[in-house]
Design a protein around this ligand. Structure first.
Ligand SMILES: [Zn+2]
Length: 444
């Protein structure tokens, strides 16, 4: 990792709990060197989830000051504002964000935990998107006993994780969600890299040791897939899992992932430690959870580093169209369960049951005769993410319908002409180069 500058950055965010019971985060943004009539904007979508969600709907009470005087903030459109500010004098903005979405895509806050993506909380400073951005997370009586975890590089934080973090630019800030609360905490090493795994919402019955060990095997299988004996292209990784009554989902990031699972799908401690856990079945919820972990971790390469040219530079203000989600989601879906098999976590019969389930889903979707996977990718913004009663008749899922499903399903390491060659070889060929590349420098 490059050495981080010691001096405060010119774009500084401070996030604190304004009112946990009202689900409000308080955000302060200081721009040390604003432009005349400085503009700021909030993203309308979060990379990895292809729907315009209008995060600005939850931003409220925006105020600004410069040289000790209030500054007028003129709203330009649904997500942009302009400050009536002079150039070169520090400009301070304050606002609140309502956070009560328990998904991995936006932000959540109550008296038990907080979670946020910067795309929901942090305004983009026009013209300074490529500058370092600092984020201070402030402890308060409302966060008593809480810890903080994020993939962001820490600059100066206390033992609980409160304090200052540094992002190289807005993209990194937006790609590192933050989890706060009292969570179960485990860690392991894979490929020489420290991995942290935190779980909110679990009970004392959690078999964390088993989850850590199984996740480590998944990570090692995937690092070997992409790099052989080499190291992965990140220096630390964080799994943030929230266990709830009925949730499910995940969102990939460059060195972390936010996950939601059903509490019932977590592994439980057995009465006697001498009992070996039963072999996993395709129908087990825990198999689903491991598949989700495998899926999001695979994205660390496939879409975060190897990505469509259209995603080289995200446009946070509008839909970012690509015809290639069938590759980035479809192949990731193909490999998620396959990696469970390769890691030795499921047997051949269980793996083939999972494949059969997917094939049945595709066969039972009439829309596969109507829409191509390229069209499904391009239209994700208005079709896949906006399902309705006609969806199965008119669309296909780019997760399950792709060329990989038509080929032979091999459960061992592939031969020279297998799908592994296509998927893994670009990194394997330039292993050292891949390690040094920042996200966005590798496009397909
Ligand atoms: Zn995915």
């Amino acid at each position: 990792m490059p050495k981080r500058p010691a001096a405060p950055t010119g774009v500084r965010f401070t996030v604190s709990v304004q009112d946990a019971n009202a689900h409000l985060f308080a955000v302060t943004l200081v721009i040390e060197q604003p432009a005349k009539n400085q503009r700021v904007s909030l993203p309308v979508w979060i990379p990895g989830s292809y729907l315009v969600r209008e995060f600005s709907q939850h931003l409220q009470d925006l105020q600004a000051w410069q040289d000790g005087r209030p500054v007028e903030m003129k709203q330009l459109d649904k997500h942009q504002w302009q400050a009536d500010a002079a150039a070169g004098h520090p400009l301070e903005l304050q606002y609140a964000v309502y956070a009560f979405d328990a998904s991995v895509r936006t932000a959540f806050l109550d008296s038990t935990r907080g979670f946020f993506n910067a795309t929901s909380l942090c305004l983009r400073v026009t013209g300074q998107e490529d500058q370092p951005q600092s984020l201070e997370i402030v402890a308060s009586p409302a966060t008593q006993g809480w810890n903080v975890v994020t993939g962001l590089p820490a600059h100066s934080v206390d033992a609980a994780g409160f304090g200052h973090y540094r992002a190289a630019d807005y993209d990194e800030l937006a790609d590192c969600p933050v989890e706060m609360g009292q969570f179960w905490n485990g860690q392991f090493t894979a490929g020489g890299v420290e991995h942290r795994f935190v779980i909110s919402g679990a009970g004392a019955w959690l078999d964390g040791e088993r989850l850590i060990d199984d996740t480590r095997r998944i990570c090692e299988a995937q690092i070997a897939f992409w790099h052989g004996d080499g190291a992965p292209p990140f220096s630390n990784y964080v799994f943030m899992l929230h266990a709830s009554a009925d949730g499910y989902g995940g969102l990939e990031h460059r060195n972390s992932t936010a996950l939601i699972c059903q509490r019932a799908d977590l592994p439980r401690l057995r009465p006697s430690t001498s009992d070996k856990p039963a072999a996993l079945k395709a129908t087990d919820g825990y198999t689903t959870l491991l598949g989700l972990i495998s899926h999001e971790y695979f994205h660390t390469w496939n879409v975060k580093r190897l990505r469509p040219a259209e995603f080289k530079r995200y446009d946070y203000a509008a839909e970012n169209y690509t015809e290639l989600l069938w590759f980035f989601e479809g192949f990731t879906s193909y490999y998620d369960d396959l990696m469970l098999r390769r890691a030795g976590l499921i047997d051949d019969a269980t793996y083939l049951q999972l494949v059969a389930k997917t094939i049945n889903q595709v066969q039972q979707t009439p829309g596969r005769h109507v829409q191509s996977v390229a069209q499904a990718s391009f239209d994700a913004w208005v079709k896949y993410y906006r399902m309705h009663e006609n969806t199965p008749n008119a669309t296909v899922s780019y997760y399950t319908t792709h060329p990989a499903r038509r080929g032979p399903h091999h459960t061992g390491r592939g031969d020279a002409r297998s799908l592994d060659t296509l998927q893994g070889r670009p990194h394997a060929r330039s292993r050292s180069a891949a390690r040094a590349q920042a996200p966005g420098q590798t496009q397909l």
